[in-house]
Design a protein around this ligand. Structure first.
Ligand code: S3P
Length: 749
């Protein structure tokens, strides 16, 4: 490859203010250039820069320095850019990289086009570091100012890729993350995220500070005022220039803001609680989402706590505790859905604040439903009725959650508006034709990708008709999607199944006052009824409890109590299977909470035997198989799993993921098309697993299952990619630490 003609041996920074000075400090520290030169009109700034070791050399001879430089960074106020460009134009060499730090881009590029006409320099790559402070000047410069911050570059049609590479490398050397976008997009984004908030802060402070009497109120102004108006102390001249420079984009976003403000004004005037709560709850969620993004990235203080994505487990430990597991995921999804479609208020307690059920909650907010919370598992839904959903502004993003997508498909197929459902990389590979096909048969217009996967595109305004449908695969999600579509359909919708699947939708429909009919292997309902808001208590999730049950079942000397767990018979397969393997499981305080049976479950260690798992139990324990694989390894003799091909279509191919991981941990295991043969090693009470490194395949239940193996391992086990655990079991690491497993969460292994 020929050497690039764009170099960065001699870097010139024009303007040693906060931004130019901070960049100089950072580049000098990194040794980015052989010579770093600073030009500034004020000798004092040059002196400070030299004293602070920010530059090798200072100069006031702009043109002589530009003529020698490989890289010229224009770090002057936006308004001064144009005349500066004009001055340097005659001395700029063809292979000099030219960039700037201006916070608006359209006006600078327009000025450059005029000045350099007819030919823009190939080395010109406009840039904008998204960082700053209220203080200014070289004295306030900070070599860390750009660390973990974003810098936007806006390469132009004529920008040489080598010049783009130099500018990118320069900001990366300063510790920044470099993003690239078009000039108009940059100006729109900045108008919304920076310019508008500054305008509002200036305006609010000015309005309140209007006269001296008013100034007194500042004495009483605590956090809210201070937080909101910090940026009103920014440089007035600079901001004056910014608003002139980015006028059109600022006006556009200001108009939108003004419309939003008028809506709120009217809501306050009219005492319209629903509108106010709608705005506030949506905004709170959006702000929290933003904070989560900030925690990991730019425009923020460095992260305090590491979230980590990998688990490292020490061998051994015990299983001794009395615990509560988080709320049931399936029931939490359904409570949000039916609560939204009901008339009146629905109050939920015990809601699972995991990413999957939160994705459903967010989707319904996007569909116009006002939802308060979640606040420690409490959620209040202001139901809109079956006909009250509104068209969302964009695609509904459902993250990792198959249940959200499939059940929503049933609801959205019956709406008057179009919609699109998308998800993360894992969800985007999961089969959706299983819901699309029967919904099409009901008269819906629904399209999957060519591979039958997300995104789902749903065309609204279709009249649905009930069908009589026999499920080709055992799936509660498909059954539920059809029942939900059936609420809107003409006539009756009947779903038949040969293997029993979870019946939470059926139970909850009745809790919301909807009549259904059911018999062995079938359920039906008539469209056209109404749902009435209800109080829903969500029990602990037996699928989460299963990990702790298996932990106790495989660890000699253990006793674990799990309180308030849902023991719906359609979810009870894990208890049947473990008991048949010889596990000691006791249920206490069996009771009905709302429509769902609940109990406290106690598991004590007992030696386990390998078994042939009855395929009839597969659909009753479908999510518990990864944990059951671990139990099988700790049993004496072979365990055979068959009739479980559905495991291949979960958040990962769970047969493959478990077989691969178990082999890493020294287990003899054979994958079958529809299950596995596992050679148990539980003939003694000693170690069963070697240590080793396994991968979750991005699947929460695989990550949690392998964590249990540590209890019977001879050496540490590390598990890659465990962040998805948060989809169903927030605080899993803390909970199993309470149990007696030594787990640490790591950024890297
Ligand atoms: C679920 C049904 C099951 C299960 C999933 C939740 C539900 O999926 O695996 O975790 O809430 O209806 P399938 O319907 O695909 O079997």
């Amino acid at each position: 490859m020929p050497e690039s003609e764009f170099k960065h041996e001699r870097v010139l920074i024009v303007g040693l203010g906060l931004i130019g000075g901070s960049l100089a400090l950072a580049l000098r520290r990194q040794g980015f250039a052989r010579e770093l030169v600073g030009v500034d009109g004020k000798v004092e700034e040059i002196e400070i820069a030299l004293q602070r070791g920010a530059i090798h050399r200072g100069s006031q001879d702009l043109l002589a320095e530009v003529a020698k430089a490989d890289v010229v960074v224009l770090a002057v106020p936006v308004k001064a850019m144009e005349s500066l460009l004009e001055q340097i134009r005659p001395v700029l060499r063809p292979h000099t990289v030219l960039t700037d730090v201006g916070s608006t881009k359209g006006n600078i590029v327009a000025a450059a086009q005029r000045i350099f006409a007819p030919q823009m320099p190939a080395g010109f790559v406009p840039g904008h570091p998204i960082a700053g402070a209220e203080r200014s000047g070289m004295a306030a410069a900070d070599g860390q100012l750009f660390a973990r911050h974003k810098v936007i570059i806006t390469p132009l049609e004529h920008s040489a890729s080598e010049a783009v590479a130099v500018v990118t490398a320069m900001w990366q050397a300063a510790g920044a993350e470099v993003l690239s976008m078009s000039v108009p997009h940059h100006d729109e984004v900045l108008a919304a995220t920076s310019h508008l908030p500054h305008l509002l802060a200036f305006s609010l402070v000015d309005t309140l500070a209007h006269d001296h009497e008013n100034r007194d109120i500042f004495r009483y102004a605590a956090g809210g005022f201070r937080d909101f108006t910090r940026i009103a102390a920014s440089d007035p001249t600079m901001w004056h220039d910014v608003f002139l420079a980015n006028r059109d984009a600022v006006l556009e976003v200001l108009d939108r803001f003004t419309a939003g403000l008028s809506t709120l004004r009217e809501a306050v005037e009219q005492g319209d609680s629903l509108t106010m709560l709608g705005v506030f709850t949506r905004a709170k969620e959006a702000r929290e989402h933003f904070s989560r993004i900030l925690e990991g990235t730019a425009y923020a203080k460095p992260r305090k706590t590491s979230q980590g994505n990998h688990y490292l487990l020490q061998p051994g430990g015990h299983a001794q505790a009395r615990l509560r597991v988080p709320g049931d995921k399936s029931i939490s999804h359904r409570a949000i859905m039916l609560g939204s479609l009901a008339e009146g208020m629905t109050e939920i307690e015990g809601f699972l604040e995991g990413e999957d059920s939160l994705a459903t909650l967010q989707a319904f907010r996007d569909l116009g439903v006002v939802i308060e919370g979640p606040e420690q598992g409490r959620v209040k839904i202001h139901g809109v009725g079956l006909a009250g959903l509104q068209a969302p502004a964009g695609a509904l993003y459902l993250g990792n959650s198959g249940t959200s997508m499939r059940l929503l498909a049933g609801i959205l197929a019956a709406q008057a508006f179009d919609s699109e459902l998308t998800g993360d990389a894992s969800l985007s590979k999961r089969p959706m034709e299983r819901v699309a096909t029967p919904l099409l048969a009901m008269g819906a217009q629904i399209h999957t990708s060519a591979a039958g996967c997300p995104p789902l595109r749903i065309q609204g305004g279709q009249a649905l008709t009930g069908i009589d449908y026999a499920l080709p695969v055992a799936s509660a999600q498909v059954k539920s999607a059809l029942l939900l579509a059936g609420l809107y359909a003409q006539g009756s919708t009947l779903v038949r199944e040969t293997h029993t699947t979870r019946d939470h939708t059926e139970r909850m429909l009745q809790s919301f006052g909807y009549q259904i009919e059911q018999g062995p292997g079938w359920v039906s309902l008539q469209g056209g009824g109404r749902l009435q808001g209800a109080k829903i208590a969500v029990p602990g999730d037996i699928s989460s409890a299963a990990f702790l049950m298996v932990a106790a079942a495989i660890t000699p000397g253990s006793e674990v109590w799990l309180e308030h767990v849902g023991v719906n018979p359609t979810r009870f397969g894990v208890v049947h299977i473990l008991r048949q393997m010889g596990a000691d499981i006791e249920l206490q305080h069996e009771r009905l909470v709302g429509a769902e049976p609940v109990a406290d479950i106690c598991v004590r260690y007992a030696p386990l035997q390998g078994i042939d798992i009855d395929p009839q139990w597969v659909s009753l324990a479908i999510d518990e198989f990864p944990a059951l694989f671990i139990a099988a390894c700790c049993a004496q003799g072979v365990t055979r799993i068959q009739g479980a091909q559905e495991l291949r279509f979960k958040e990962s191919d769970r047969i493959q993921a478990m077989v691969e991981g178990l082999r890493q941990l020294g287990i003899e295991v054979e994958a079958l098309a529809d299950g596995a043969l596992i050679q148990g090693r539980g003939h003694t009470e000693g170690c069963v697993f070697s240590g080793g490194k396994v991968h979750s395949r991005g699947d929460h239940r695989i990550a949690m299952s392998f964590s249990l193996a540590a209890l019977r391992a001879s050496a540490p086990i590390s598990i890659e990619d465990c962040a998805p655990v948060a989809t169903s079991f927030p605080h899993f690491p803390e909970l199993i630490a309470k149990l007696g497993i030594q787990l640490s969460v790591k950024d890297s292994l």
